[in-house]
Write a protein that binds this ligand. Structure first.
Ligand code: SF4
Ligand code: SF4
Length: 293
């Protein structure tokens, strides 16, 4: 190993330790050339088109606790989602400053890159995509749900991306797709926004239908939906929470609660849904709060 490689390995190890000490769950390093090699992302959305000095994209992820995701739509899921996003943005901001102290330029994209869902519906694309960045950083693969699936958390993971001018040793891309095309995400989606494709793992995604559902949920104080992340069977977190083999329960949930909103099999989730947000199954006055107040 030459001296230059040793220096790069040492810098990568220091960055990883800094992020792990800050509480990150997963971290990956992608060379900017991967956006050109894979040629999946329009040219204007690639790291060097956005910030020319970029040489490496560092992607950080934090897991969303499975039992909280299972309560969606709920205020508990909403607050946890917001906390995950704020945590990631804080980590990314601090990492850019750490890189600067080490003598390297940095730049980052905050977790969510839109001001409102209506603005997103008008132009349904972020300036930079964290999911593809995470795939190129070796953190997972994109499934039918259009989410990143990771070995650790399935799709129950939030992501943020940091660009740096430092050239760092890349992590290998996970070549085997983690999605098993079980279609549970598509079957459980309340607005049928996901459709299986035979020719690839990533499904067709009706972004407008999904955004319309999210606009409804914002009014109900229960944004985001996340049902496709809840039901995905992939992820070691299912072993930790002893929640393997419950796909049938997810698939039957809508029908069971339509027949009996107080079905005891779903009580731990529905109890949380009844309080702090509006839920059509448990209306107090039959309509969501006005003016989003
Ligand atoms: S977030 Fe909800 S509405 Fe959107 S695709 Fe997933 S399950 Fe469907
Ligand atoms: S729920 Fe099944 S089909 Fe959907 S992303 Fe997960 S593994 Fe793939």
């Amino acid at each position: 190993m030459n001296v230059n490689m040793e220096v790069k390995d040492e810098l990568k190890a220091r960055i990883k330790k800094f992020c792990q000490d800050a509480g990150v769950d997963i971290i990956g390093f992608a060379p900017v050339e991967r956006w050109n090699e894979y040629d999946e992302v329009p040219a204007d959305f690639r790291p060097q088109a956005l910030w020319e000095p970029a040489r490496t994209v560092i992607v950080l992820g934090v897991g969303m606790p499975l039992p909280i995701v299972e309560t969606t739509p709920s205020i508990l899921h909403k607050e946890t989602y917001d906390t995950a996003n704020r945590t990631l943005d804080g980590m990314a901001f601090n990492l850019v400053r750490y890189l600067n102290r080490l003598g390297h330029a940095g730049y980052f994209f905050t977790r969510d890159g839109f001001g409102s869902l209506r603005l997103l519906k008008d132009r349904p694309q972020a300036a930079f995509g964290h999911i593809i960045a995470a795939k190129y950083a070796g953190l997972g693969s994109v499934g039918l749900s259009n989410c990143l699936l990771t070995p650790e958390f399935g799709s129950r993971v939030r992501l943020v991306s940091i660009f740096t001018s430092a050239v760092l040793p890349p992590d290998p891309v996970i070549e085997k797709d983690l999605c098993i095309k079980c279609e549970t995400c598509a079957k459980c989606c309340p607005v049928d926004a996901l459709t299986l494709r035979e020719d690839q793992f990533k499904g067709d995604y009706n972004v407008v239908a999904c955004l319309d559902r999210h606009i409804e949920l914002t009014g109900e104080k229960a944004y985001p939906c996340g049902i496709c992340t809840k039901v995905c069977p992939i992820g070691k977190d299912r072993l930790l929470y002893k929640q393997k083999g419950i796909v049938k329960k997810y698939l039957q949930e809508e029908e069971a609660l339509a027949a009996n909103p107080n079905d005891p099999a779903y009580k731990t989730w529905t109890h949380v849904r009844k309080y702090g947000s509006w839920n059509k199954d448990y209306p107090r006055d039959g309509k969501p709060p006005e003016n989003n107040q």
